[in-house]
Design a protein around this ligand. Structure first.
Ligand code: MN
Length: 207
């Protein structure tokens, strides 16, 4: 995803705080980015502060070597490193709602692996709405370009060695509660219109 290392910094949103109105209001996006995401960055840096050898690793390297870490470091990196990775991709997965659809190789892969864009959308929504508790629904590709939809819990990431995430939808309540309260399905319907397909296509082609 990137080669940045410790100390990790809060990446600015790639659009204005009100760019996603009315689908996501500025208050939601401000709290989500400036408070929730920032806290994961701060806590990850704190967790790594006493481990100079780990400070040389990228986020992806940290998240794919959790098995080599001891507790309580492992849990701290899993939760906070995952929180950083997931939020950076989430914010970078959206754009102003101007009605983009998938195109090119990715559009063809969606038709091949899900039957149609419509059927993909139904399955993606179902995965996001049915995720029990806090977590994410993802669209992933393997090295060969085969697509899959998966759910993860808390701030866990999928297998980043064998799969490349194209995007994810955050279904923690903090992602939608201020604007949608308990109406997660409405939030997900809105999110489906915000997907930055051009960036997803680029990730797909670079898998
Ligand atoms: Mn979040």
């Amino acid at each position: 995803m990137k080669a940045e290392t410790y100390p990790f910094v809060v990446r600015p949103l790639p659009y204005e705080y009100d760019a996603l109105v009315p689908v996501q209001d500025a208050e939601t996006l401000t709290f989500h980015h400036d408070r929730h995401y920032k806290t994961y960055v701060d806590n990850l840096n704190m967790a790594l502060s006493d481990y100079p050898e780990l400070q040389k690793l990228s986020l992806k390297e940290l998240l794919t070597t959790l098995d080599h870490m001891q507790e309580p470091l492992r849990t701290a990196v899993r939760n906070n490193g995952g929180g950083v990775y997931n939020h950076e991709l989430y914010f970078d997965s959206m754009k102003s709602p101007v009605g983009q659809d998938p195109s090119g190789q990715l559009a063809a892969a969606i038709d091949r692996d899900f039957g149609s864009y419509r059927q993909w959308k139904d399955q993606m929504k179902q995965a996001a709405v049915s995720k029990f508790g806090s977590g994410y629904a993802w669209l992933l590709t393997d090295k060969e370009g085969k697509l899959s939809i998966v759910q993860t819990s808390n701030q866990d990431v999928p297998d980043l060695k064998d799969f490349t995430p194209l995007f994810l939808v955050d279904v923690w309540e903090h992602a939608y509660y201020l604007q949608y309260q308990n109406r997660r399905a409405d939030y997900v319907d809105g999110w489906l219109t915000l997907i930055n397909w051009r960036k997803a296509e680029k990730r797909y082609e670079e898998r």
